[in-house]
Design a protein around this ligand. Sequence first.
Ligand SMILES: NC(=O)c1ccc[n+]([C@@H]2O[C@H](COP(=O)([O-])OP(=O)(O)OC[C@H]3O[C@@H](n4cnc5c(N)ncnc54)[C@H](OP(=O)(O)O)[C@@H]3O)[C@@H](O)[C@H]2O)c1
Length: 163
Amino acid sequence: MGARLTIIAAVSADGFISRGTGVPWDLPRDRAHFRAATAGQWLLIGRRTYQEMLGWFQDHTPLVLTRDPSFTPPVGKAVSSIEDALAQAGSREVFVCGGSAAYTTALPHAQRLLITHVETALGAGVPFPAIDSPPWRLVAEQTHAADAENAHAMRFAEYQRAC
Ligand SMILES: NC(=O)c1ccc[n+]([C@@H]2O[C@H](COP(=O)([O-])OP(=O)(O)OC[C@H]3O[C@@H](n4cnc5c(N)ncnc54)[C@H](OP(=O)(O)O)[C@@H]3O)[C@@H](O)[C@H]2O)c1
């Protein structure tokens, strides 16, 4: 059996993951959700996001998507394509952690999406691809109101590929 790809992303109500660089919200609840889902896992990350996240990796194995054959990641391994990543991962589950280019490339190969729908509009920025139904079927969701630490309400949604 080949690798199972799970995409994990936080997406604004109008479909964006960022204003251009960095994370556009401060949501400790979503950070905890992301940490819990990805602890100890193999990750697939676009080279731009990888450079933003350097220093964060602990027990993770990051596969860094890049077209630059000379790029040597300080942590993890470089991969030149989604096929290369799947071959390296064998039968493991791999969590695709963005950014937009990595999500777009990985989406046709993914079996599962873990999406934090953040109840705020950014107006513009770096987009997440459309979650069409079919093929995606919502199988679980959990809603949290905004509170003193989390400025926006959010909904943790899990989608499975239905076809
Ligand atoms: N809200 C969220 O959940 C979330 C999560 C992650 C990231 N983000 C945000 O997303 C933004 C970055 O997204 P992005 O789309 O600009 O960059 P990205 O996907 O992180 O990285 C883009 C780079 O990946 C490589 N790449 C992309 N597609 C490839 C392919 N098909 N084959 C080989 N290499 C490929 C290229 O690297 P080379 O240039 O080295 O060739 C490209 O420049 C940041 O603002 C970040 O904060 C948000």
